[in-house]
Design a protein around this ligand. Structure first.
Ligand code: CUA
Length: 353
């Protein structure tokens, strides 16, 4: 019987380790869809933090992991020692000595866990206070995030002019500056999560939440919606590009520049206006639809469909033809255009750089 118990314990330990390894692999699998453009080159590891709140989360993760590992080693050690030390030997006859009750033991396993829980609770409270600010940090850039099924809308203040830059799915931020995010949802509950920059924050309809981060180095930081929100929850990817101040200002100038109207794509532009496109998509100076992503500078982005595929003429054409092929369940229908119409629309969209 005791050998069975021993075997069971070893099995439990190895399966839980496997489960951890498997979850790691599967989370990579989601973001590492095969792609020659490698749009998913990024890191979802919370232990590779690159922002103050993410550092705090990493610290508490190590603390909890360390305490739990110590408990595991002590409990399993005593258990294994007991199994070996008190096993039935050939010379043993009859029942062993029966022991009932022990005040020191009862006291030990009441007091020690209480202290451990107390330490974990205090450490967690301190982390929550440090991570969840109630006011924007000094000098922060205020960005509005609006979650949609299944993409992200960003409204970034234009540092190089008036107004706001409206973009989708790919957030560009300056390195070293706190980014204060105001989170809204247009439909269901989502969760904003960029593991290297911050913890998860729910994005709730009719309820404004806030979170913040401060990228400490330039680079691309990936994230995922972390609250099940429907069919394409897994393909509601986040992508933050942190760049230096000069590059951020250049980005602002580019994003707020007027659309160049190219007479060669007039046919596609007219189709955009005459078909259903303009009802859902905004293009500065052309249309004002707000249901889908703003397309004013769509070709400045690297992905399509909230990170479902790299953005290039082929994927763009496939998307306009029938978005359901790339992202089943998304709210954009196929307009069932003929190849010529498709070519015209795509040619127009390609000029929106
Ligand atoms: Cu949005 Cu899950």
């Amino acid at each position: 019987m005791k050998y069975l118990l021993f075997l069971f314990l070893i099995l439990m330990t190895s399966t839980s380790l496997h489960a951890i390894a498997a979850s790691d692999v599967s989370s990579n699998a989601v973001v590492c869809a095969p792609s020659s453009d490698n749009i998913n080159a990024g890191d979802l590891n919370i232990f590779h933090s690159a922002s103050p709140p993410a550092h705090k989360i990493r610290e508490i993760a190590w603390l909890v992991l360390g305490i739990c590992a110590a408990i595991f080693v002590v409990v399993e050690g005593v258990l294994i020692w007991s199994i070996i030390r008190f096993r039935k030997r050939a010379r043993d006859a009859g029942e062993p000595v029966q022991v009932f009750g022990s005040n020191p033991v009862e006291l030990a396993w009441t007091v020690i866990p209480t202290i451990i829980v107390f330490v974990l609770a205090l450490a967690t409270l301190r982390t929550i206070r440090e991570v969840e600010l109630t006011e924007p940090p000094a000098g922060s850039l205020n960005v509005d995030v609006i979650a949609h099924q299944w993409w992200w809308e960003y409204r970034v203040p234009n540092l190089e002019g008036n107004g706001t830059i409206v973009t989708a799915n790919e957030l560009v931020v300056p390195v070293g500056r706190p980014i204060w995010l105001t989170l809204h949802s247009a439909d269901v509950i989502h969760s904003f999560w960029i593991p290297q920059l911050n913890g998860k924050t729910d994005v709730i309809p009719n309820h404004v939440n806030h979170t913040w981060f401060q990228a400490e180095r330039a680079g691309i930081f990936l994230g995922q919606c972390a609250e099940y929100c429907g069919t394409q929850h897994a393909n509601m990817l986040l992508r933050v590009t942190a760049v230096d101040d000069a590059a951020f200002k250049a980005w602002c100038v580019h994003q707020s520049s007027a659309v160049v109207s190219d007479p060669a794509v007039e046919q596609g532009r007219n189709m955009f206006l005459n078909l259903a496109c303009m009802n859902c998509h905004a293009i500065d100076g052309v249309s004002e639809g707000a249901f889908g992503p703003n397309l004013t500078h769509i070709m400045s982005r690297t992905t399509i469909g909230a990170g479902v595929a790299p953005l290039n003429p082929t994927t763009l054409r496939a998307w306009v033809d029938d978005p359901q092929n790339l992202k089943v369940g998304c709210n954009m229908p196929s307009l069932e255009l003929d190849p010529n119409q498709l070519d015209a629309i795509v040619a127009y969209l390609l000029t929106l750089k």
